[in-house]
Design a protein around this ligand. Structure first.
Ligand SMILES: C[S@@+](CC[C@H](N)C(=O)[O-])C[C@H]1O[C@@H](n2cnc3c(N)ncnc32)[C@H](O)[C@@H]1O
Length: 274
């Protein structure tokens, strides 16, 4: 089935005015793929019928919203990123007496618990407050609970070992039946909050922003808007971490940052912007 841009525009505007979620600046290729998939699964004949159902059926709308915001994540995803954080970012974080970290688009929380483990091992966790945000309340609740299927732990342990591990991954969770419950000590300094990168404002005086595998779904204009939000949030000399497939390079903010790790997309905000 062919999807016409004007029909997609109408669908996204309808979602925005009815539910307040603004997907108009998301990458068109991503939106098209997800809408087509939902059309196939729901056996609807065309996008006009889908729009009608989205507006009248809140359960169906929730399904589509979930489709549009991909929540895939894992503990110590891209272990090389965590190795680079240990080697290059931790020495800088040590220079601050209180450290504020913002994980934007944290999904079900695996990335946040991974960072908490790393900070604990580096002796910094007690100095840190982590703000972990997402615009999807369902994943945020799962993140807050910190309970994951036990079957995933083998893969997570493997990632952890390759990330420069200092202990055994099983030290950080308690196994109960088919679940792994994250150690409560990891939650102590984490604040979970609903925040929409498209419509909400910045977090002042942040030392490190981690936003990985989120901007990949946004178009260039929206990416620049969100980079502006991060730039307004970060202190001078603060650190911005993006996903492997994302880059500040061609954005409006590229000359305000220097590379800390080119491969792992870790940037440092310059003290002076010329
Ligand atoms: C693919 S997951 C990435 C999770 C994690 N950062 C990682 O790299 O493993 C993308 C997350 O971004 C969130 N997201 C998408 N659009 C957002 C927005 N406008 N504001 C806040 N979060 C958003 C989604 O709900 C989803 O949980």
């Amino acid at each position: 089935m062919e999807l016409i841009d004007t029909d997609l525009d109408a669908l996204l505007s309808a979602i925005y005015s009815r539910y307040g979620y603004d997907f108009r600046g998301y990458s068109r290729a991503h939106i098209k793929r997800r809408v087509l998939q939902r059309l196939r699964l729901s056996e609807l004949d065309n996008i006009a019928l889908l729009q009608k159902k989205v507006l009248s059926d809140t359960h169906f709308a929730a399904c589509l919203l979930r489709d549009l915001s991909i929540n895939v994540t894992e503990m110590f995803r891209d272990p090389g990123f965590y190795r680079a954080v240990r080697e290059k970012v931790i020495p800088l974080l040590r220079t601050w007496s209180h450290i504020k970290i913002w994980h934007a688009g944290c999904s079900t929380g695996e990335e946040v618990y991974s960072m908490a483990i790393l900070l604990k091992e580096e002796g910094l966790y007690d100095r840190v407050r982590i703000y972990a945000t997402d615009f999807n309340q369902v994943v945020l609740e799962q993140a807050r609970a910190g309970i994951y299927p036990a079957e995933r732990m083998k893969n997570y342990a493997w990632n952890y070992q390759r990330s420069g591990a200092k202990a055994a991954f099983s030290d950080y969770y308690h196994a109960q039946y088919d679940s792994a419950i994250m150690d409560p000590s990891l939650k102590k300094n984490i604040v979970w909050a609903n925040h929409n990168l498209v419509t909400d404002s910045d977090f002042a005086e942040t030392h490190m922003v981690v936003c990985r595998n989120v901007l990949i779904y946004f178009n260039t204009e929206l990416q620049n808007k969100v980079y502006g939000l991060f730039n307004g949030s970060l202190v001078k000399g603060g650190v911005l971490c993006l996903g492997r497939k994302e880059s500040l390079r061609f954005s409006n903010y590229s000359d305000r940052y220097s590379d800390m790790d080119k491969d792992q997309k870790i940037y440092r905000k310059n003290y002076r912007y010329e």
